[in-house]
Design a protein around this ligand. Sequence first.
Ligand SMILES: Cc1cc2nc3c(=O)[nH]c(=O)nc-3n(C[C@H](O)[C@H](O)[C@H](O)COP(=O)(O)O)c2cc1C
Length: 387
Amino acid sequence: MTVITNIDDLKRLYRRRAPKMFYDYCESGSWTEQTFRENVSDFDAIRLRQRVAVDMSNRTTKTQMIGQDVAMPVALAPVGMTGMQSADGEIKAARAAEKFGVPFTLSTMSICSIEDVAEHTTAPFWFQLYVMRDEDYLSRLIQRTKDAGCSALVITLDLQIMGQRHKDIRNGLSAPPKPTVRNLVNLSTKWRWGMGMLGTKRRSFGNVVGHVKGISDPSKLMSWTNDQFDPSLDWSKIEKIKEMWGGPLILKGVMEAEDAVMAAKVGADAIIVSNHGGRQLDGALSSIRALDPILQAVGDRIEVHLDSGIRSGQDVLKAMAMGAKGTYIGRAFVYGLGAMGEAGVTRALEVIHKELDTSMAFCGHRDINQVDRDILRIPRDFSGDWA
Ligand SMILES: Cc1cc2nc3c(=O)[nH]c(=O)nc-3n(C[C@H](O)[C@H](O)[C@H](O)COP(=O)(O)O)c2cc1C
């Protein structure tokens, strides 16, 4: 049996077990992948201060994100096509999150539908909304989210148009994969994945299939959806959606203080400092570098969360110590899911929790809510002296 000691171990196993097309879909950034790489390497630039002779007993990583109790400040980020990484992947990930006591965020572009996930879990989950041009579809989607008892709506703001990931084009990414010779050769080596897929009916976009008037051919779904992202999304539309939803609202993809101020103005409960894991604007700052100016601008008015680049509990600790009130993992949980299904997501959460808890203790703290910048060594020019 493979011993899993860290997130990289899960990634190696995931690479062996998942079809190349879906591994590549996950493990890539847009264009040159500069932002994708720096999301991770910029965390390494921040160092931690080791403290000694401090009582480290009775530690806790429990806190709240948007007023909801969490076992640690780490939610599962919305990830499209999670159900292609492992059969029924969204249900597996949501179950692992529920058992661990952290929020699960279902993507609009999931394979399992809102109703599927609601049926197989008991804890309310969060729903991530891509604002679509088809207003009728959009309002029904929001109603379905309410009917399923979702406890927060996450509107993604940084995908009005799509960034380009070269590998997806070369691989002819689709759900399910097209039966080309190249795909069939690759899939023949992924028997575990194949057995899972044969055992489920969920192989296309569950929130879209059967919910869009005039589309009955599943092969048209991907292009329909790609054409549906609303390029005209602006703050007034966000306000309208906030009204339609009427519950806790999180705005995802904020990278600049001006936009954070607008998010606070429209009355969001939280923002996620995120560059979509380096999948949209290549050349954007890493999220951890973008965090500080945003905290300065709105940190006392709105909860500031962060994702992009988190691969360890130390990364979570650094973001929290800088002032974030919560973090999200995308790829880190997908590696676990593709490697070992639900157990792999649980393992990813366990690894990150242990690293967070132990590193917090080494820094002389027992309660994640008490951790502050005092534990960090941040390079003087970290947030950049940009002209
Ligand atoms: C394979 C993949 C698919 C994604 N799909 C979505 C999505 O459907 N909606 C969304 O808001 N973000 C999506 N994201 C972005 C994540 O929510 C999150 O911002 C990102 O993964 C964080 O970076 P990390 O992977 O380095 O943790 C996706 C990310 C990945 C890796």
